[in-house]
Every structure is written in structure tokens, then in C-alpha cells.
Write a protein that binds this ligand. Structure first.
Ligand code: FAD
Length: 470
């Protein structure tokens, strides 16, 4: 007989597993279905976590190579061992995924392994390796995530034309790596291999990297990555790849120039991700179930076109970020359990884990101008921050945007050391609908990088305390 649950969650990435945990905390009987043999989804297995492990290892090596001497630390022979780096990456991932198993067990969630297909409003068929079974649930949450987007004319071959998944697994450092796409994933993985010795060239269709972010931040990051050796080809698209004896000949086309040919060893296509709904069967239940990108169309409160079926995370519109998927997960579980649950999408931070890092929240100057919103800007450079100087990490700045009308913070954009941690304070102030003046009057420990954010807030009224020129 089919097992019955209050909620069946399809997909055990950060959206799915978090919604399962929250629903279980609220007293629901929950099934969590995952087609992979491990829990954690893209984020834990082939996304956020492995990429950050390699970013940290490669940064350690890069700093040891290029900066240690300025601290008076000298190495006689500095080398790295890629196999050990990859082993450490696998160990971190395994620690997290097995920890997740414990959490699922602790919350008495029933895990199922297999590919889930919707059979009706309340039915899910699970095709495992050995057997197929059907379960029933009063509510179904779809959290099937996303997969890398290929270029239409250049399918992935897993070896020379690769996605982020393979770029996290290279067994050797590719001598010449072409990254296609100047978003977070391309910049992060490009940084990893650049630091380990690849010659990295990056082409981007737009005339700036991080196309959806603040342009001043984007220009600064490009300049800083160029100083590290990354080469950028902007307003440029990849036209063709021809296989030569032991390399790839790529043809690049920029807006106002003749096509340019380059020899490279590997092409990393990082042009975005697309929602994943293969074999899910929602379209058989309602032909309007999917949107034009193949993702799930949702109305208010994550409701799909079919009553009782909800969708969250990367498979629905919105930023494809793990923390956004998690917040969706909490909110949908609370919606189902109690009728209320909410995500404030205006305060979802966005981080690029290059060095220096980039972090932002809220609107950019470009977006505010396009909306005709009057705003004031306060900036503060890390060159004037004592802790950044102590760290030898003074490149970059913090920028706060506040409403001219009532001083509410509308956005913050940071390029600099540990921007990923610094943005959190601004997110908190924005969540409480605070003003730049609130941020400026909070006591910040000295000497810390956080003082730069405070000084940027002060500088909205040109009253930064540690700047010779305002
Ligand atoms: P996913 O994590 O994709 O999980 C979906 C799960 O559903 C998968 O495990 C899949 O196997 C399963 N599934 C799909 N269909 C079925 C089915 N029919 N039956 C059963 N199971 C199914 N985000 C950040 O916020 N910070 C970062 O630093 C960051 N770095 C990234 C780096 C890389 C290289 C990549 C690729 C992504 C990164 N992301 C990052 C994005 C982040 O990984 C995703 O936004 C996040 O994983 C989305 O969560 P999700 O639960 O919606 O989907």
C-alpha cells in the first residue's frame, strides 16, 4: 500500500531539504525525495561548497606566493598538490552531506532515493535503482533546482568544453582556460585556476562583468582581477570552436572588430543556469505549468498551476542562490502549515567570492536612476581602513545608497576584503527599514573592516571621520 505523508518534497538541495526540516519542525509527516545518492543538491555537491573550498585553497597558495614576502615570510620552495586540494574538497563536502543525513534523521523525515514524477495532485512515483514505488502527500513541494546552461551551438563534452561541474574536478591545471561568461561562477572558477597557474581569458557579451550588478563595482573588480593576470574580452561572444591537434581554436567576435582567433586547452561555459524539470511530469497535469524558460510558473505563496503543488528555489523565477532557495523553503513550509510565511526579496544579498570579494544588497545606482528614485551616495575606500592595511588588503571600497527623501538604505555595494561578511550588517539594517544614519551611529569595533561600511554611511553627508578628502 502507498505510504501517506502530509508533505512530499522533491529535490534535496538547499530549497528542498530546508523546507523538509521546517515542515517537520512544524509537526508535519514529511517525505524527502532525491535522485542523487547524496543529499545537498547542487550547492553542497557541485556548487557553493566545493567552489569555496577550491577558492580558499587557491587563495592560500596565491597569498603565500605573492604576498607572504611583504609580511616578511619567506618560503624556500612553494608548491601545491592538486590531488590533496581535491581530496580536501571531497572531505568537506562529505562532512556536510553526512551531517545533513543526521539532521534529516533527527527530524524524522523519510528519505527516498530515486527520480520523482508527479502522478496527480497528491501522488508521486519514485523510480529508484531497484524498485519503483508511489507515495501520497496532501501537499507537494517541488525543489528540483537548476543545471548549467550550454551554448546552443557548443554542447558540453565534459573534457574540453565544460560546465562548472567539471571545472571543479580538473585533474591537471589547464594551461590556457577560456571562460565564457563574466558572472559569479565564471569569475570564481576562473580565479581558482588563474591562481593555480592557468592563463585565464574571459569573454563576456556585455561591456562589463557582473552584468546585473553595480557598474562601479564591476569596473573595480575587473581592474583588480586584471592586476592578478586575468584577461578580459568584453562585448565579445564565442562564435566557433575548432578542434586542432592538441588544442582548441576558438573564434571570438567583438562588437567593432574583426573576428579574433585564440588557441586554448579548455573552454568553461558559465553563461548561466536553467531550471531543471526533466521527467517531473507537471506539464502533464497542467499544460501551463511551466514558464518559457522551462521553470515552474508560480503565483503567490509558491503555488504552482496545480492546487496543492508548490515550487521553490532555482526552479522558479528569482535569483539562483542557495540562501534564497533556503528562505523559500522556510516560507513555503510555514505557508502550508499555518497560512503565513514570507521572504523579503529586496534584502537577498549577492556575493562573488573572488579576492577581493564583491557583495551587494538592494538596488544599484543604475536601477535607482532607471526608476527615477532620488538617492544619495556615501563611499569609503579600504585604503583608509586600518584593519585592511594590517591585512595588506586595502583595494576596494564600500558604497551605501540612501533615499534622498527619508535616508532609508536602498542598496549597498562592497568590493573588498571579506565583503561577504560585511554585507550582512547592511542587510540587517535594511530588513528593519533602517536609515544610513542608523548605520552611522552603530558602534563598530576598532580596528575592523566593518568600520568601512559605517564610514560609507557617514559619508552620505560627507562626514566620514577618517578621510582627508570627502
Ligand atoms: P538544487 O541545489 O539544484 O537541488 C535540486 C535537487 O533536486 C538536486 O539534488 C537534484 O538531483 C534533485 N532533483 C531534480 N529533479 C528531481 C526529480 N525529478 N526527482 C528527485 N530529485 C530531483 N549559491 C549561493 O548562494 N552561493 C554560492 O556561493 C554559490 N556558488 C555556486 C557555485 C557553483 C559552481 C554553482 C553551480 C552554483 C552556485 N550557487 C551558489 C547556486 C546554488 O548552488 C543554487 O542556487 C542552489 O543549489 C539552488 O538550490 P535548490 O534547492 O533550488 O536546487
Amino acid at each position: 500500500m502507498a505510504q501517506n505523508f502530509d508533505i512530499a518534497v522533491i529535490g534535496a538541495g538547499p530549497g528542498g531539504y530546508v523546507s523538509a526540516i521546517r515542515a517537520a519542525q512544524l509537526g508535519k509527516r514529511v517525505a524527502l525525495i532525491e535522485k542523487r545518492s547524496v543529499l545537498g543538491g547542487t550547492c553542497l555537491n557541485i556548487g557553493c561548497i566545493p567552489s569555496k573550498v577550491l577558492l580558499d585553497s587557491s587563495e592560500f597558495y596565491s597569498k603565500s606566493s605573492h604576498e607572504a614576502a611583504t609580511h616578511g615570510i619567506l618560503f624556500r620552495e612553494l608548491r601545491f598538490d592538486l590531488r590533496t586540494m581535491m581530496k580536501r574538497k571531497r572531505e568537506v563536502v562529505t562532512r556536510l552531506t553526512s551531517g545533513l543525513n543526521d539532521i534529516i534523521q533527527h527530524n524524522k523525515i523519510s528519505p527516498f532515493q530515486g527520480h520523482a514524477t508527479l502522478t496527480g495532485q497528491q501522488g508521486v512515483q519514485i523510480q529508484g535503482r531497484q524498485k519503483s514505488e508511489t507515495i501520497h502527500a496532501s501537499h507537494i513541494i517541488v525543489a528540483t533546482g537548476s543545471v548549467p546552461q550550454a551554448l546552443p551551438s557548443l554542447p558540453f563534452d565534459g573534457r574540453t568544453i565544460v560546465s562548472s561541474t567539471e571545472a571543479l574536478e580538473f585533474r591537471e591545471v589547464p594551461p590556457r582556460l577560456l571562460v565564457v561568461g563574466g558572472g559569479a561562477i565564471g569569475l570564481e572558477l576562473g580565479s581558482v585556476w588563474l591562481r593555480l597557474g592557468s592563463q585565464v581569458m574571459l569573454c563576456e557579451l556585455q561591456d562589463h562583468i557582473l552584468p546585473t550588478g553595480d557598474q562601479q563595482i564591476s569596473r573595480t573588480l575587473r581592474r583588480l582581477l586584471e592586476m592578478q593576470g586575468m584577461r578580459f574580452m568584453l562585448s565579445t561572444s564565442l562564435k566557433e570552436i575548432a578542434r586542432r591537434a592538441d588544442a582548441l581554436e576558438v573564434t571570438l567576435q567583438s562588437a567593432d572588430q574583426e573576428p579574433q582567433k585564440l588557441m586554448v586547452d579548455v573552454v568553461l561555459v558559465a553563461v548561466g543556469r536553467r531550471p531543471y524539470t526533466e521527467g517531473l511530469g507537471l506539464d502533464r497535469l497542467n499544460k501551463n505549468g511551466y514558464d518559457e524558460r522551462g521553470g515552474i510558473r508560480v503565483a503567490h505563496h509558491f503555488k504552482s498551476a496545480i492546487d496543492g503543488i508548490y515550487a521553490i528555489g532555482d526552479v522558479i523565477p528569482g535569483p539562483m542562490l542557495a540562501h534564497k532557495a533556503e528562505e523559500d523553503g522556510v516560507a513555503v513550509a510555514e505557508q502550508i502549515a499555518s497560512g503565513s510565511g514570507h521572504v523579503n526579496y529586496n534584502t537577498v544579498p549577492n556575493v562573488v567570492y573572488t579576492w577581493p570579494e564583491v557583495a551587494s544588497v538592494g538596488e544599484s545606482e543604475g536601477q535607482l536612476k532607471a526608476r527615477g528614485v532620488a538617492y544619495r551616495v556615501g563611499r569609503f575606500p579600504f585604503t583608509a581602513n586600518g584593519r585592511a592595511l594590517a591585512m595588506n588588503a586595502e583595494l576596494g571600497f564600500a558604497k551605501i545608497l540612501a533615499s534622498s527623501e527619508d535616508d532609508r538604505i536602498l542598496g549597498a555595494h562592497i568590493v573588498g576584503p571579506w565583503a561577504s561578511a560585511l554585507i550582512s550588517e547592511v542587510v540587517t539594517v535594511m530588513e528593519f527599514e533602517g536609515c544610513a544614519e542608523d548605520l552611522a551611529r552603530i558602534v563598530h569595533a576598532h580596528p575592523t573592516l566593518t568600520e568601512a561600511t559605517r564610514e560609507a554611511a557617514l559619508n552620505i553627508e560627507r562626514r566620514a571621520l577618517h578621510l582627508a578628502t570627502q
